[in-house]
Design a binder for this molecule. Structure first.
Ligand SMILES: Nc1ncnc2c1ncn2[C@@H]1O[C@H](COP(=O)(O)OP(=O)(O)OP(=O)(O)O)[C@@H](O)[C@H]1O
Ligand SMILES: [Zn+2]
Length: 444
């Protein structure tokens, strides 16, 4: 056992708040933060940021006593069920937190924060007895182009609230009895994300992606059953509106004589997302050319043109019917918010501003070898333009920057003389190499 006056052999921090130091083989001790830092560094350099993040997540569960004590009054990190009403982050606080991870998408952020806040108010209320005004669950539908941040928004909110979260691809689901994934399995996923803690899972968030791909195909004259369409929507509907599920603990097919875990989906918040390509046109058409069309007389007289976000913001349930969405399901997704295509400026911001922005990640990796990374403004714009050409939103940025940084990341660790690396517009366009500065000693 470490003695009372022990301190970390790496950073010198004393043992505090009953957080034990980790004994090493030579009799010294290190603090857990240093252990975690080293492990995260090794994982990150070998397997990337995801591995490091997973490791941190795992530590949270296996060694909660080792973690820094959360600062008082900090909204994030507290389990919802332990929160006093005054501790529940307000929509405004949620929004601020989201802003440090997600660029743009103002309307979606606002809508989500209000909806999520109300959802957890509802949850608290259902725990109070003798109440008779029942607040209905408000699941959320997000529509917007691929790589615009739908999944990121849902995931980030779940992390801020510290509730279990899982992502499900709607196209992999089938109704019970068909080949594919049973809809109930998505509840199992959430349960797994909650470490099989049923009470915790029942307060979690499930993000269902690719909702626009499970439309019923009425136009289809085929006599084969519509396995991926309406049936899946019906099955989803049941879970979304709230039902008692019997989950086989190992997943897969149900067997008789198997023990099930009962999970009630009443308080699980569903956020559904899809690209819904063409939605904007459908809404413009419905609203009529006199109201918003390109050739409208008002517009000729100088009335402003409606933006993508403004038009999508006027979406009604019936606009989704032409995607084959069944009315009952739309009725269970009463809150809707559009996301917009990220602009060049927003993509540039995305590269540099969020806490885990790509450029920041590379800068940090290089800094660990004592090398400074400089990315010129023009280079950032060139990357954004390339990403726009790809048409996959922010998703293209990662592969673009990875390609640019490959040689640098390869060379730097074995060349101790390198002091800084500058990425120019020409580097991005493939016309030139990154500009590398070396220390004077090495030059001479
Ligand atoms: N608005 C944004 N702000 C910051 N990062 C973003 C934003 N949009 C997308 N990204 C980045 O791009 C990646 C893909 O985004 P995301 O998975 O949220 O897209 P999506 O809208 O869900 O697309 P899809 O419909 O294809 O699932 C994310 O990992 C995220 O880092
Ligand atoms: Zn230390």
């Amino acid at each position: 056992m470490p003695d009372k006056t022990a301190s970390c052999a790496i950073c010198g921090a004393p043992e505090q708040d009953g957080r034990p130091l980790v004994p090493t083989e030579n009799g010294k001790q290190v603090c857990f933060q240093c252990v975690e830092l080293c492990a995260a560094y090794m994982l990150q350099s070998k397997f990337g940021g995801i591995a490091a993040e997973r490791f941190s997540d795992m530590v949270k569960h296996t060694h909660p006593e080792m973690l820094p004590v959360p600062a008082a009054n900090q909204p994030s990190g507290l389990a919802i069920e332990q929160m006093e009403l005054s501790d529940l982050p307000t929509p405004e606080q949620l929004r601020k937190e989201l802003d440090s991870y997600v660029i743009g998408q103002d309307l979606a952020k606002k809508t989500l924060c209000v909806a999520v806040f109300n959802h957890y108010l509802r949850l608290r209320q259902s725990m109070d007895e003798g109440d008779n005004v029942e607040i209905e669950k408000s699941n959320i539908l997000l529509a917007g182009p691929t790589g615009s941040g739908k999944t990121l928004l849902a995931k980030t909110l779940a992390r801020i609230l510290d509730v279990p979260f899982c992502i499900v691809d709607a196209t992999t689901l089938t109704e019970a009895g068909y080949v594919g994934e049973d809809v109930e399995n998505i509840v199992l996923r959430l349960l797994q994300a909650a470490d099989m803690d049923v009470a915790k899972a029942e307060r979690g968030i499930i993000y269902v992606d690719e909702m626009d791909k499970i439309g019923r195909k009425t136009q289809n004259v085929s006599i084969t059953r519509d396995v991926s369409g309406e049936g899946v929507q019906q099955a989803l509907l049941k879970i979304i509106e709230g039902t008692e599920c019997n989950i086989p603990p190992k997943g897969g097919r149900k067997h008789p004589n198997q023990e099930y875990i009962r999970v009630n989906t009443n308080n699980i918040l569903f956020i559904c997302g899809g690209a819904f390509v063409g939605l904007e046109d459908i809404i413009r058409k419905r609203l009529g050319s006199s109201a918003m069309g390109f050739a409208s007389i008002e517009q000729d007289r100088g009335k402003k043109e409606y933006t993508e976000e403004e038009v999508l913001g006027k979406a009604m349930p019936e606009d989704f019917f032409s995607f084959g969405m069944i009315p009952e399901l739309m009725g269970r997704l009463p809150i809707f918010s559009p996301l917009t295509t990220l602009t060049e400026e927003q993509l540039v911001a995305l590269l540099t501003q969020p806490k885990n922005a790509l450029v920041r990640q590379y800068a940090k990796l290089l800094a660990m070898s004592g090398v400074e990374l400089i990315v010129e403004e023009k280079a950032l714009h060139a990357m954004a333009k390339l990403a726009i050409d790809h048409g996959t939103g922010a998703r293209a940025l990662r592969s673009i920057i990875e390609r640019i940084m490959l040689d640098v990341m390869y060379e730097v660790p074995s060349d101790k003389s390198i002091r800084s690396v500058t990425i120019t517009e020409d580097t991005v366009l493939g016309k030139d190499k990154p500009v590398i500065k070396r220390s004077k000693a090495a030059k001479a």
